[in-house]
Design a protein around this ligand. Structure first.
Ligand code: PHE
Length: 346
């Protein structure tokens, strides 16, 4: 019996020593000291031995079992260590190499300038309002005193949205200007009113260096008692001077828009040549900037405002054109082209 046990021990120790992976070690453990292991079977048979043999064999078997367990534990540590070392050698990183800096984006030049515009008008008491880009014919035209057969509708080539109609508001269109927010805001806030509306507008036009089917405008409207065009001139001179960081002069010329009466065009003094004449101002010393005028009584009426008590004016300028002028960008398509070589310059 003793001999048998000894042989079993040396066989187990030999196998453990030769074992090269954790899974073989597990198999060896099961084979010798598992529930049905060879040594376990012997331990189970001890009860049938003689009284004399029982303690001797029992002690020996237990001692061998411990020896096998220890050998397996030692070998496990050895294998783990080797594996960790192997992994470390292949996965090691050089922590002294400088890291890769993630690239930070920035706000598009168009929205950088839009924000400046909003801040300046905020400081003068104007609220920034927003409205739908898919607009009804009513707010885009009728409410602004532009009836169905009015020639002004021909000037603005409109994208119509198929199939959607309602009796008062008629078809849906992609708004051709930010002016629909005039009547919308009067309805919502009443008088007195001071708003600006920066936003995208759409016209069915061929694209070239200075035209795009999508562009950005800023609408403005002020309604109060005893308001005249002098207030508009003052506000715009102040606005442009703050935006450009130097004194800018403005002038009115007569202009026509169905929703204002009288209507004007506003020019500002050329910042490039300071009035001497250059290519930017087409040698006039003035840059055409925006349309404006005193709000037509029909428009005040559409907005639910009593034109006997209140007057107001409205203006609309192209934010896109302003930015092109400010940064001397010669092609409008660059702004929405998504070319990083362009956008990264701002
Ligand atoms: N909506 C006009 C346009 O797009 C501009 C404008 C706004 C003119 C307000 C007068 C008053 O050309």
């Amino acid at each position: 019996m003793k001999e048998k046990l000894k042989k079993l021990l040396s066989l187990a120790l030999k196998e453990i020593e030769a074992g090269s992976s954790l899974s073989t070690l597990k198999e060896i453990e099961v084979k010798f000291i598992g529930r049905k292991g060879k040594l376990t079977e012997i331990l189970k048979g001890i009860k049938d031995l003689s009284e004399k043999e029982k303690p001797i064999i029992g002690q020996l078997a237990n001692q061998y079992k411990n020896q096998i367990e220890t050998a397996i534990a030692d070998k496990t540590v050895e294998i783990n260590k080797a594996e960790i070392e192997k992994a470390l050698a292949s996965e090691s990183i050089d922590i002294t190499i400088p890291g890769q800096k993630p690239e930070l984006g920035h706000i598009h030049p168009l929205y950088q300038v839009q924000k400046e515009v909003e801040e300046i008008f905020n400081q003068m008491g104007f609220t920034v309002v927003d409205g739908p880009e898919i607009e009804s014919e009513y707010y885009n035209f009728e409410g602004l005193n532009i009836p169905e057969d009015h020639p002004a509708r021909d000037c603005q080539d409109t994208f119509f949205i198929k199939g959607k109609e309602d009796k008062k508001h008629k078809r849906l269109v992609l708004r051709t200007h930010t002016s629909p927010l005039q009547v919308r805001s009067m309805e919502k806030y009443g008088a007195p009113l001071r708003i600006i509306v920066p936003g995208r507008v759409f016209r069915y036009e061929a694209t070239d260096a200075s035209h795009d089917a999508t562009f950005h405008q800023v609408e403005g409207m002020l309604i109060d008692k005893n308001i005249s065009l002098a207030h508009l001139k003052g506000v715009m001179k102040e606005f442009l001077s703050r935006l450009f960081g130097k004194e800018v002069n403005v002038r009115f010329r007569p202009g026509y828009f169905p929703f204002v009466e009288p209507g004007v065009e506003l020019d500002f003094s050329c910042l490039i040549c300071l009035g001497a004449g250059c290519r930017v101002c087409k040698h006039t010393g003035w840059v055409e900037f925006m349309g404006a005028g005193m709000t037509h009584p029909n428009v005040l009426k559409a907005g639910g405002i009593d034109s006997k008590k209140y007057q107001g004016w409205a203006f609309g300028f192209g934010l896109t054109r302003l930015i092109m002028m400010r940064y001397a960008i010669n092609d409008i398509r660059l702004l929405a082209g998504g070319d990083l070589r362009f956008t990264k310059q701002f």
